[in-house]
Write a new protein. Sequence first.
Length: 197
Amino acid sequence: MKPLLIVVSAPSGAGKTTLCARLLQLYPEITYSISCTTREPRGAEEDGEDYFFLTKPEFAKRVAAGEFLEHATVHGFEYGTLKKPVYAAFAEGHCVLMDIDVEGAAQVRAHVATLPLTDPMRAGFVDIFIRPPSIEALRERLEARGEDDNATIARRLRNAGEELARAGEFRYHVVNDDLEIAYRELSGIIESTSGIR
């Protein structure tokens, strides 16, 4: 089996979280990438399990040292993915799944392109964009979730339009119209590129 760095992006409400959760449940060879953040833990979140919780100075020091694959500021807090745990998982023969936005995916893609062809991260890079069947279907899903007010839904739909405009940056596309079919397509991409069965 070839270890993969699997980058999955999608607009909010497209079903990415559900699809990624199923992959992790059914393929023990796939490890979920845990992000770092400078925000405080929420509820029962644990350091090293949900996130690596860092102070702002610690985060800045790691950015300066070039330790991140990607990083961004979201709502005033820093978030990022460290390179070291990815290589550690590869060394154990595992694939690594990153569930990140299109900007984070672009940063990872740009970093991977600078690596030698023999580097396992470059050799195993797979980026997949999960599409909703339409913006209207996405609106219906977001409304049906009942989690957001109208202004938040409108913002999510605007963001979705921007993300869909960048979908061409991804090598693979999966349309999530039917969850079972979308999951079969997603797992098929991973099986064919890694040799997992």
